[in-house]
Design a protein around this ligand. Structure first.
Ligand SMILES: Cc1cc2nc3c(=O)[nH]c(=O)nc-3n(C[C@H](O)[C@H](O)[C@H](O)COP(=O)(O)O)c2cc1C
Length: 322
């Protein structure tokens, strides 16, 4: 892999970026780097919930995100994920939820850089594929650049060199995960400075990035951008990545084409027992900005409510304007 692979990434989002959503995104952009939702190591090692690791072949390049801090468990899961065919393993050091804190992983690990370095070093030595981290700027009132600098200096000793930075602090007590994605201020300048101080590291910036124009501004200062909510709310915005940033033709210019390819996929997955509602909900954003966006969303809702897609494909297509 090269630095170019992470130029555009879609953020891991629990309940959103499942294998179906990722398949939809991949229809829109061939280049964007995808990540799974966070998977807690305990649910693999002790719960044996391996179906969480399922993904479609078309999703490559794709990284799996693990949540945990037990070295043996992380090593075991990393090996398993490599066998499954993932292209990268990412460690979550950014989730501030209470449940995750109780398990001693996620954002609270920003206070334990030595442990994080040890985890990452062992993971890296256990697999051939790259290992990366997704972290915050700091936690609670550790708000200085020095805190972040110290964290990265220690973690870097693990030998990993892909750092995804959500450019705000995590607040461990008093804010919900949702508030933690909105209230702590974004400090992009910290991330830009990291790239200057650690030019050998691949630095990917995340948090509040709305569109490709903003992305191109960030890309003047860092190696990659990661977009979460905006890409989910309006996945079609990703279609110009190829033409604008790689000089190649976009996968398509037509939402109707994406819709039809996705519905073909949905029909195939229904046969394998996947839930219609879980697959259809990802389509809500496809009509974003269109004249009939509301009618399109109502139609999708109706299909979900009636649990039946058969015969409604054309009606959906007609509600998209191009
Ligand atoms: C519903 C939701 C679920 C999320 N789940 C995860 C997760 O599993 N792992 C993770 O590292 N970040 C998770 N995040 C945080 C995002 O990856 C990202 O860091 C954050 O939303 C900021 O980026 P954005 O402003 O582009 O959305 C989640 C965010 C949302 C909105």
């Amino acid at each position: 892999m090269s630095f170019d692979d992470h130029k555009f990434c879609v953020a891991p989002m629990m309940q959103y970026t499942d294998m179906h959503d990722r398949y939809l995104i991949r229809l829109i952009s061939k280049k964007v780097f995808l990540y799974t939702e966070m998977i807690a190591t305990g649910s693999l090692v002790y719960g044996k919930c391996f179906n969480q690791l399922d993904f479609n072949n078309e999703e490559h390049p794709i990284g799996v995100q693990l949540g945990g801090s037990n070295i043996n468990d992380l090593v075991e899961c990393s090996k398993k994920c490599e066998q499954y065919g993932y292209d990268e393993i990412n460690l979550n050091v950014g989730c501030p939820s209470d449940r995750v804190q109780k398990g001693r992983f996620g954002a609270c690990l920003m206070l334990e850089p030595q442990l994080v370095a040890e985890c990452l070093n062992n993971m890296k030595n256990a697999v051939e594929i790259p290992v990366s981290i997704k972290c915050r700027l700091g936690v609670d009132n550790n708000e200085s650049y020095d805190f972040l600098y110290n964290f990265i200096s220690i973690v870097k000793k693990s030998g990993i060199n892909i750092f995804i930075i959500h450019a705000r602090n995590g607040i461990l007590k008093g804010l919900s995960p949702r508030q933690n994605r909105n209230i702590p201020p974004l400090k992009y300048d910290y991330v830009y400075k990291l790239k200057k101080d650690f030019p050998d590291l691949e630095i990917i910036i995340n948090g509040g990035i709305k569109n490709l124009h903003q992305s191109s501004e960030h890309l003047k200062k860092v190696d990659g951008v990661m977009i979460g909510r905006s890409a989910y709310e309006n996945p079609f915005m990703l279609k110009d990545i190829e033409s604008q940033f790689y000089g190649i033709d976009p996968a398509t210019n037509s939402k109707k084409e994406i819709l039809n390819q996705y519905l073909e996929y949905v029909n195939k997955q229904l046969v394998h027992g996947h839930s219609l509602s879980k697959m259809m909900k990802h389509l809500f954003g496809l009509s974003r900005g269109d004249k009939f966006a509301k009618s399109f969303r109502i139609k999708v809702l109706e299909i979900i409510k009636n649990n039946s897609l058969k015969g409604h494909e054309k009606e959906l297509e007609d509600l998209l304007i191009y």
